[in-house]
Design a binder for this molecule. Sequence first.
Ligand code: KG4
Ligand code: ZN
Length: 333
Amino acid sequence: TRPMPVLALETSCDETAAALYDGERGLLSHTLHSQIALHAQYGGVVPELASRDHIRRVNGLLREALAQASLRFSDLSGVAYTAGPGLIGALMVGASVAAGIALAHDLPLIAVHHMEGHLLAPMLEDPKPKFPFVALLVSGGHTLLVSVEGVGRYTLLGESLDDAVGEAFDKTAKMMGLPYPGGPHLARLAEGGAPGRFKFPRPMTDRPGLDFSFSGLKTAVLTALPAGASEQDKADIARGFEEAVTETLAIKCDRALQQTGHAALIVAGGVGANQRLRARLADLAERRGAGLFFPRPAFCTDNAAMIAYAGWARLAEARPASGKLFTTARWPL
Ligand code: KG4
Ligand code: ZN
C-alpha cells in the first residue's frame, strides 16, 4: 500500500479530535479534547456550546497531531472530516477547517460518515478483522447491526426502533441520580449489584428479526425503582438493567452471525467499552467459533483516528464518498 497520509477531523458531537493515518505506518498520531465537563452541568450536550468549543480547540489539536507525526500540510495526500450524522453546527466546524486546509494545499477533501468511522475502528488494531464481518454499533445515538463486506459496502441488518443503547444507559442512569453521561457510571454501580434480583425484559428477542427496542426498559426500571431506594437497591437494579441489555444484544449478534454466515463479529461505539457486554460477546464468539474484535476503549468512543482510517481507505480505494464540502445532521449509512 502507498502511504498517502490523511489528516482527519472529528467534531460531530462533544469531542474535538484530529488524527493522521497512512497506509504504510498505520496510525501516526491522534489528539482529542472531550467536552464532557462543559456539558455535565446541563445533563446533556448543549449544541451551541459544543460548536463554540470546537472552534476554540480544533486548530491546536490538528497542529499537535501534525507535530506528533512530524508532518507538515505539504506532506498530506488528503483531508478527511466527519460530515454527519451529528450536530449540524458542530459538524460545520470540522468541515470548514478541513475544507480550508484542502483548498489552501490543493488536497482532496474526503467526507466521512461518522458511523462508517465507528465500524471500521477495529481496523486500527492488530490483528485486524478480515472482511466480511458482522458489526454491532452501539453508541449514544445509534444501535445498528451491519454486514460489512468491504470498505463502503455495508448492509443494514437491524437497528433500534426507538432509543439507542447508550441513550437507554444514560436515561436509566439519570433516573438513578447518576451524572452525565451515565453509561460508565451505571456500569460501575452494577458491579456491586446482585445478579438476578431484578429481571428486566429482553425486548424483541422472542420474535424473529434483528431490530431492537430499548425505550421500554427504562420504564421497567422506573417501575422497579422504589421510592427512597437504597444504594444496594440501585446497584441491584443497575445490574439487572445491564444484564437485560447485554443479553438482548448478544441474542441479536448470535442471530446476525447465523443469518450472514460471517466468521467474525466486531463491536464499536461508546457502549462497546462496557465490560459485561465484552465478556458476554466473547462467550458467544467462542461457542460459535467466530472471531471477535474490539477497538481499544479510546477508539470505541468518538475519536478522529477512526475517521482518518476511513478517509484513508476511501482515498486508497479511490472511492471517496464525496469531494464536495457538505454536512448533514441525518445520514443513513
Ligand atoms: O460512541 P460514543 O462515544 O458517542 C456517540 O454517541 O456517538 O458513545 C457514547 C455512549 C454514551 O451513551 C455513554 O453513556 C456510553 O456510550 N458508554 C457506556 C460505557 N462507556 C460509554 N455505556 C455503558 N457502559 C460503558 N462502560
Ligand atoms: Zn460516535
